[in-house]
Write a protein that binds this ligand. Sequence first.
Ligand SMILES: [Zn+2]
Ligand SMILES: [Zn+2]
Ligand SMILES: [Zn+2]
Length: 765
Amino acid sequence: MNRQDLGSTMTVRAKPLAMLKPNGQREDDGDSSIKLYVGLEFDSAEAAMSLYTLYGIQNGFTVRIGQLYRSRTDGSVTSRRYVCSKEGFQTNMRTGCLAFIKVNKLDSGKWELVTIKTEHNHDLDISGEVRSPITQRKATLTPKSAPVVSSRTGIRSFEDDDPSSAIDLKRLKREELETEPVGEPYKDLYFTCATDAYKFYLTYAANTGFKVRIGQLFRSKNDGSITSRRFVCSKEGYQHPSRLGCGAFMRIQRHESGKWVVDRFSNDHNHELDSPEDPSQKIASAAKSLKEEISSGLESLDLVETNGGLSLVVRERRSGIESQLYDILLKYFQIRQAEDTGFFNALEVDNGRCMSVFWADGRSRFACTQFGDAIVFDTSYRRGSYSIPFASFFGVNHHRQPVLLGCALISDESEDSFTWVFQAWVRAMSGRCPVSIIADQDKPIQNSIARVFPGTHHRFSPSQILAKENENLGALRSMDEFKFEYETCISQSQTASEFDSAWSVLVNNYNLQENTWLKEMYKMRKSWVPFYLQGTFFAGIPVEGNIKSYFGTFITPQVAVHEFITRYEKAIEHHREEERKEDFNSCNLQPVLHTKDPLEEQCRKLYTIAMFKIFQKELLESYSYVGIKINIEGAISRYLVQRCGNGDERNTVAFNASNLNVSCSCRMFEFEGILCRHALKVFQIMNIREIPSRYILHRWTKNAKYGNLRDVDSAGGSQDLKALMVWSLREEAHSYIDAGSASLERYKLAFEILQEGRRNVCWQN
Ligand SMILES: [Zn+2]
Ligand SMILES: [Zn+2]
Ligand SMILES: [Zn+2]
């Protein structure tokens, strides 16, 4: 068998065979039979797949991608199985064959063959001929409705796609970009495969001065194969601010001959083109745009199996949610809607398929008017192998407890999916956008947040950063010296230039110039370095340490579909009960005062107990600080405030005597909404007897629940307002009943007041 021919049937090639021989020496071309054994190492899982495919061809069977296994800690793929294509019983062709190989990812990043089963339960096809792709395609055709591998793995068997229609970016990436200028596309120009057409258009675009995106594809109504593709100017469409609705594109169509022919072409750009003048710059920019194209393109592409090879095709969205769960949820929504007029739910439908689901009950929507300023979008299901892709939105209430602000099932990890969920959230919350959001840093989530919440400060999930640090800094993380410098640089920097210089010292000292992860993280520093976060309101959710999930122990990876609703409701009941307890305490208990300072008395009256304790701590701390006036500019005086006898911690406070505005360099008020010890120190120096009301955020007070309804914009819909009022009154009645039923005396009083109140309210009309 000619190895050259063999290679051309595959789109991803393994390393040259000889390099994979156990003894590491090249052997005669005469003996090209492949030997597989436990302990064999590969550079990648794909290389293992490729070698197994070749092995299969030599031994008369074909190979399919089997199960994959993910790490519990970070969700990365740790193990893969490649199986004989006759494994399983899902189609008539399959015989339940047990032959397979399994590879595990090693710490070094290489993959090791750990299991091999060579017994097949069927005849092997040892004619030695490689079947033509066409006959093979027919032989292994799988109905589309029954994907061989579940779509949750992200890898589907897609055996009915003609390999010439798949765009093989991996191959493109390896090949040098053509540097000779190519001519303009014209009608009837043809290519042997779609990849060549794409490559041609990329080169043309690089020469002309624009970038390319893979556009729509069209499928045959008869057999679902790809019949046509569009490559568009990257400024086509309007989904992103950088897109201008440009109309330039090239379309290719598949002919009966198998060739791909340009049938439409437009060069009408509605924007200026970049014009690289110097030819070397031209090449560099072309190569750069190709690289960018590949990396941005990969996110919307799927690795699929085609005729014994792997290739990348434009992703078709599929839901990873079990269909049974849709039934359960929709029934649950009906029940809830009947009893809760404020209940909101939405289902995303894409090409007739059910995709993501979003819902928020009246209580969550009401909570959002008060506590929707700083939110967490919790997708911890993505790490750990959760059976249900359940995500939640939560915030922080006036007792510093988590408060639920909406829930979603995420159909797939695409930008479309997250964008839809965020848009549903905004609709449920009457168009309100949060000030800040804590969410994972993956590109689809980042892009969706930028699109739906353009003014919102996105902070990356701390647990995800930690996992990525361990993955990308490896052994350095366990070096005490590095750890100290790294952590100091990140958490101690108090100005942008301090951070920049500490960062470059770190990068140079440890030769990390080529660490791509660090480079990326530096670019995105505003989303994770404490210095950049502190100026934004995050309701005091600490910058470091894990954020506890709202559904924590209630919804675990193993929770079964039929238990989901029960667990979900239990979690909510638990948190709402905790909140009621704190509401009761804040109304009925009085914390002890520790000073004679009138500010302390003032805050005790206003704040909930939890918030008062935070304030009280700052106030008590302020007594061990000294403030020195360092300059005066008009009405504004600046103070240096530091701890007595310890010069390490220095903060400057600016105080305006004419309007009592105060701001401190520690930015605790901006971040947490409580005045810091430094500002309080200056208030003491200036003998301020009352905190200006703007420094006591309503959301931290005992009246947080009632108050914000005054400010609700009734333009949000009278239906919404009605639901909010019902929830507000219901909540108030709840604590009224608690207080009123404490004793018979109180009950009598409570009942009289209630009757009196009802009479008054009725006479208003
Ligand atoms: Zn077999
Ligand atoms: Zn354009
Ligand atoms: Zn301060």
